[in-house]
Design a protein around this ligand. Structure first.
Ligand code: 5GP
Length: 121
C-alpha cells in the first residue's frame, strides 16, 4: 500500500491537527489516543512515512527502529507503567483492523488488562 500523506497521523506530525504529546525525539512522536481503551493508552509513531509494521520492518533504518523501541520504553516510564506492566499492540492491515495507515504502536496500561485476545472463532 502506498503511503497516504493525508492520513490523520501524518497531519498530526505536520502540526495540522493537535495532539496531547507524551514524548518526542528526532525519529518518533508519542501522544495520547483520542479514544482511550485503558486508563493509559498512548500511541507511539515513527516520524518517517511507514504504512505499517511490515513496511517499517522492510524499509526503516536501524536508527529509526531503535528509536521507536526506545520511545516505547520512555512512554512506559513517563506514564508510570514500566513496573506495574503494560501491553503494546500494532495492528497491521485489514485482518488486524488497522484504521490509520501510518505505523503506530499502542501502549496500554493502568489496570489489569486481562487475556491477550478475544478468543478467535
Ligand atoms: P488502529 O485501529 O489503527 O490500530 O488504531 C488507531 C487509533 O488511532 C485508535 O485507537 C484511535 O482512537 C486513534 N485515533 C484516531 N484518530 C485520532 C486522532 O485524531 N488523534 C488521536 N490522538 N488518536 C486518534
Amino acid at each position: 500500500m502506498a503511503y497516504d500523506d493525508n492520513n490523520i497521523f501524518a497531519r498530526i506530525l505536520r502540526g495540522e491537527i493537535p495532539c496531547t504529546k507524551v514524548y518526542e525525539d528526532a525519529h518518533t512522536l508519542a501522544f495520547e489516543d483520542i479514544n482511550p481503551e485503558a486508563p493509559i493508552h498512548t500511541l507511539v509513531i515513527p516520524k518517517g512515512k511507514y504504512v505499517s509494521m511490515a513496511d517499517f520492518a522492510a524499509k526503516a533504518s536501524d536508527v529509526e527502529m531503535g528509536a521507536l523501541i526506545r520511545a516505547v520504553g520512555k512512554v512506559a516510564e513517563i506514564k508510570g507503567v514500566a513496573d506495574s506492566g503494560f501491553r503494546i499492540l500494532a495492528n497491521a492491515g485489514d485482518h488486524a483492523h488497522q484504521a490509520v495507515p501510518h505505523l503506530h504502536i499502542h501502549v496500554f496500561g493502568g489496570k489489569a488488562l486481562g487475556p491477550m485476545l478475544v478468543r478467535a472463532k
